[in-house]
Design a protein around this ligand. Structure first.
Ligand code: PBG
Ligand code: ZN
Length: 327
């Protein structure tokens, strides 16, 4: 007779729940949202079903709902009213992002607000920094990123999250925040951000596609993992409070390696293309959306993520949070 039978502990849901190694909670999630100018705007983003362009008033209403659902944090992206060569709307206190951060902080002070720090939505050329010819000038860009981070922190952001992939931006931003006395504003670094086809729906949503070339001179090659550990090491040394890996699903090996090596919190960004694929298949009846969402998010936590930035956060909180996993 067999002595060891792993199936014994799978007999029913109570047994399975007692030996479950990974749990998922709304408390793990950050919901990303897109703010625009105007009032009473709520326009669905075509490639991201159930995600909207929101004017500040509607963003405040959604933030209240998010907080009521128990989701601890949001990340704010913005579409500016004007673009120029250097992306100056990115640090304009009158831009939708800065106004939304301030209004949400006033209305729902306990909700953690993460500001995405980048320039690509704000530049006419769609690159994440200041150009010198067709090259993104690293050190000139750092000065602009400092202004963006400080403006978001002054508006009320609890965390700033630079997504540009310039070298040295964490140290530059930490210095700029500290100079202004913003010592308790954290930095969540998009430390390991791959040049990925999975960002396509976001670039439609944020109108941030590069007008020439691609981002491969600053974002990482999807073939590399040792290089990811190098990026993490640099950002930790420069003072990053949280390390993020992006995208999530195709990079869970990277998440797991980073988790083993560091003792600071790890976040993953479950990006727009990953979301759009699930939504499209679900809309066609090809998959069970709730089941897939829970499975995907559980896999991210199992790989080692403490925090998951995901467009599924509201659906998860409202519809997919199964207690007794009956599926
Ligand atoms: C901007 C930025 C991008 C995303 C977050 N910040 C796109 C890009 O780098 O082109 C992607 C988010 C998503 O796809 O959900 N630097
Ligand atoms: Zn960018």
């Amino acid at each position: 007779m067999l002595k060891l039978r792993p199936r014994r502990l799978r007999l029913n849901e109570n047994l399975r729940s007692m030996i479950r190694e990974t749990t998922l909670s709304v408390k793990d999630l950050i919901y990303p949202l897109f703010v625009v100018a105007g009032s009473n705007v709520r326009e669905e983003i075509p490639s991201m079903p159930n995600c909207y362009h929101l004017s500040v008033d509607n963003a405040v209403e959604l933030a209240k709902k998010i907080a009521a659902l128990g989701i601890p944090a949001i990340e704010v992206f913005g579409l500016p009213e004007y673009k120029d060569e250097v992306g100056s709307a990115a640090w304009d206190m009158k831009s939708p992002v800065q106004r939304a951060i301030a209004a949400i902080k006033r209305a729902v002070p306990e909700l953690i607000i993460v500001g995405d720090v980048c320039l690509c939505q704000y530049t006419t050329h769609g690159h994440c920094g200041k150009l010198c010819g067709h090259y993104v000038d690293n050190d000139e860009t750092l000065k602009l990123l400092q202004k963006v981070a400080v403006s978001q922190a002054e508006a009320g952001a609890d965390i700033v999250a630079p997504s540009d992939m310039m070298d040295g931006r964490i140290a530059a931003i930490r210095d700029a925040l500290d100079d202004k006395g913003l010592i308790n504003v954290s930095i969540m670094s998009y430390a390991v951000k791959y040049a990925s086809g999975y960002y396509a729906p976001f670039r439609d949503a944020a109108d941030s596609a590069p007008q020439f070339g691609d981002r491969k001179q600053y974002q990482m090659d999807c073939a590399n993992v040792r290089e990811a550990l190098k990026e993490v090491e640099l950002d930790l040394a420069e003072g990053a409070d949280i390390i993020m890996i992006k995208p999530a699903l195709a990079y869970l090996d990277v998440v797991s390696k980073v988790r083993e090596q560091i003792n600071r919190p790890v976040a993953v960004y479950n990006v727009s293309g990953e979301y759009a694929m699930v939504k499209a298949a679900a809309a066609n009846g090809w998959i069970d959306e709730g089941r897939i969402v829970v499975e995907n998010l559980t896999a991210m936590k199992r790989a080692g993520a403490d925090i998951i930035i995901t467009y599924h956060a509201i659906d998860f909180a409202e519809r997919f949070q199964y207690n007794g996993r009956t599926f």
